[in-house]
Design a protein around this ligand. Structure first.
Ligand SMILES: Nc1ncnc2c1ncn2[C@@H]1O[C@H](COP(=O)(O)OP(=O)(O)OP(=O)(O)O)[C@@H](O)[C@H]1O
Ligand SMILES: [Mg+2]
Length: 211
């Protein structure tokens, strides 16, 4: 399987990073060249922006408009410097969060107007859209509990919202998946790591039947 762009989406702690790394291992074992990357981040500039968005003290009090622009800046650089070149070389790109996180977090949950959020996303990605987006769906409280158990230090800036925010995030991803079923697949993220892996494997076999 080559030249495919697959993104992982879902609320905090739903298992994106765990499953991305497992899928990368399986695809490499099958002979694919795989690039694992993430948003915000994925480039030196993007990782600096990630720090501002997630960890920096200066990010406290960030207004939603500044936030969405920083995500878009990270994404614009990521697409041009890393994702598009990798796809052009025939690599499979696995990305931990991508434009749908902006649609959902800044649009559905922070309630910025969807027209502007969609326009910013389109400007950032310039047509470079995922071939498949896996939404790992779990109740927001389960994901938060997992994320907080994992975190050794205090919750980061994006983990400090009220439960209702993450419930809106979960619903936002489900709504996107329903609107665009040819790109999305929703996977039950509440089952075991192994069961989620198996579900992802069958979606990949079904969507990319060449391998
Ligand atoms: N299916 C699962 N069942 C139980 N625990 C899981 C499962 N998948 C992952 N975990 C655990 O839950 C925690 C969160 O998983 P992971 O870091 O993969 O989620 P994430 O979606 O990347 O989270 P974040 O949005 O915070 O980056 C980790 O400690 C991980 O080991
Ligand atoms: Mg993660």
């Amino acid at each position: 399987m080559s030249g495919r762009f697959i993104t992982f989406e879902g609320t905090e702690g739903c298992g994106k990073s765990t499953q991305l790394s497992l899928l990368a291992g399986r695809l490499r074992a099958g002979g694919a060249e795989v690039l694992e990357t993430r948003e915000p981040g994925g480039t030196p500039l993007g990782e600096d922006i990630r720090h501002l968005l997630i960890h920096a003290a200066s990010g406290q009090g960030m207004c939603p408009q500044a936030e969405v622009l920083l995500f878009a800046a990270s994404r614009a650089q990521h697409v041009r410097e890393v994702i598009r070149p990798a796809l052009a070389e025939g690599k499979t790109v696995l990305c931990d969060r991508f434009l749908d996180s902006t649609t959902v977090y800044q649009g559905a949950a922070r309630q910025l107007p969807s027209k502007e959020v969609n326009a910013l996303n389109a400007f950032a990605v310039d047509g470079c859209l995922p071939d498949l987006t896996l939404v790992l769906d779990i109740p927001a409280e389960v994901g938060l509990q997992r994320a907080r158990q994992r975190a050794s230090d205090a919750p980061d800036r994006m983990e400090q919202e009220e439960l209702a925010f993450y419930q809106a995030v979960r619903q936002g991803f489900l709504d996107l998946a329903r609107a665009e079923p040819e790109r999305f697949a929703v996977i039950d993220g509440t089952s075991s790591v192994e069961a989620v892996t198996t579900a992802i494997q069958s979606v990949i076999a079904e969507r990319f039947p060449e391998k």
